[in-house]
Design a protein around this ligand. Structure first.
Ligand code: ADP
Length: 381
């Protein structure tokens, strides 16, 4: 969670005021019993605001002993005995203490590796000198957003790699055409390949754009009531030519009043992808069935084929971006490895999921499961 400058300003001011009162009541180096009692009152006063923070908060005394800590500070493993578990944090505290006046400390991004399990936490930590050697340490766990950033970076690296292949092929084919100008048969062959590669490139770019479009969608914005029968009808229609080329028959079963909140175009794209895969990976003259049904408040769209099936190990990975079971076959079919990833994200944006049931040699069934729109809402539209 990120807090604005105003929030931090308020927190720091609150603690600085607290510290001033600590100083006022005599929280000094001479620790008389009376003073200690009063310090205790102030420390107790700090506990409330500390616990109200979403991030972890700790107060350390001049000897680096932790005198107050939030539960989340323990949960993050920042406390060992009565001291900080990470030297990097201790150094930050020492630095803050060396500044005599309370200042608005800037946060530092740190990677903290846990002793057990070696889990790395990515945090933003700031230490504020409250006066009299007391330091307030605020630690915000940013591991999740850091990992997200890493995923994005991986994705960009993958895209570059995926784009290189068709772009490289296109430039080689263009060169080959130039060199074979006096051989029309060769020119025709290379030109055909050039067309295939540029189509592959177009398909890849289209899928990348669609995936980022889906990822950018806000769940809160998916407020239209969508009839899944219409979604399936349209998705089937978009695959008719592909299926016709392989003499594959569609068996469609629809359900009454299967309506969900969502974006009809996205849902059509998801179902189209599943049907497209079913056709691509099936043998000629087989059947692909598409079924809409309702079960306990959930709408399901199941796409079944009698294709080669997918092994259990691959089932765990096929929803990853750019994952293909058989990359060389995928090159022949023109697959981008993004289709199922797009389906998964579309289902998730609709607060649903996509499941797979498959056995090698026995075909596959992919099922999109979405929460049904409540009847009262549906009829009030
Ligand atoms: P692609 O564009 O390569 O088809 P997908 O993300 O749609 O990418 O699918 C990932 C991989 O999952 C495919 O490369 C293919 O090996 C496998 N796959 C997807 N659907 C099916 C299916 N119906 N039958 C068998 N294998 C499938």
């Amino acid at each position: 969670m990120n807090y604005g400058a105003e929030f931090w300003g308020a927190v720091i001011t609150a603690f600085v005021v607290g510290a001033a009162s600590v100083a006022m009541v005599g929280w000094t180096t001479i620790r008389t019993k009376e003073v200690q009692k009063k310090s205790q009152v102030v420390l107790d006063g700090i506990t409330g605001p500390l616990n109200a923070l979403a991030s972890a908060g700790l107060v350390l005394d001049i000897e680096d002993k932790i005198v107050r800590a939030t539960k989340s500070a323990f949960a993050l493993g920042l406390v060992r005995d009565e001291e900080l578990a990470h030297p990097k944090l201790t150094a930050l505290v020492a630095k803050a203490r060396s500044v005599k006046k309370p200042t608005k400390a800037r946060g530092r991004d740190l990677a903290l590796v846990s002793e057990l399990g070696k889990t790395t936490l990515f945090v933003n930590a700031r230490a504020i000198h409250l006066g009299e050697g007391y330091v307030l340490l605020l630690v915000e766990d940013r591991t999740e957003s850091h990992n997200l950033e890493e995923t994005r970076r991986d994705f960009v690296a993958n895209i570059s790699h995926e784009l290189k292949t068709p772009i490289g092929a296109i430039s080689l084919l263009a060169e080959a055409i130039q060199m074979a100008l006096d051989d029309p048969a060769q020119v025709e062959k290379f030109a055909k390949n050039l067309e295939t590669e540029s189509q592959r490139l177009a398909h890849l770019v289209q899928d990348i754009i669609q995936l980022s479009h889906v990822q950018a969608k806000e769940v809160a914005g998916l407020t239209k009531i969508v009839d899944l029968n219409e979604v399936v009808a349209e998705a089937v229609d978009r695959n008719q030519v592909l299926a016709g080329n392989k003499s594959i028959e569609f068996e469609v079963r629809l359900a009454d009043r299967a309506k969900v909140f969502g974006d009809d175009e996205l849902l059509k794209a998801a179902v189209k992808n599943l049907i497209e895969n079913a056709v691509i990976y099936s043998d000629e003259k087989t059947a692909v069935s598409i079924t809409v049904r309702k079960r306990k408040g959930i709408a399901e769209i199941a796409v079944s084929d009698k294709g080669p099936g997918i092994s259990v190990e691959d089932q765990e990975r096929i929803f990853e971006r750019f994952y293909r079971v058989d990359p060389s076959r995928s090159r022949l079919t023109g697959g981008t490895g993004l289709g199922l990833s797009i389906v998964k994200h579309i289902a998730q944006k609709h607060l649903g999921e996509v499941q797979i049931k498959s056995k090698l040699g026995h075909g596959s069934t992919f099922t999109i499961r979405l929460p049904l729109a409540a009847k009262s809402i549906e009829t009030s539209k």
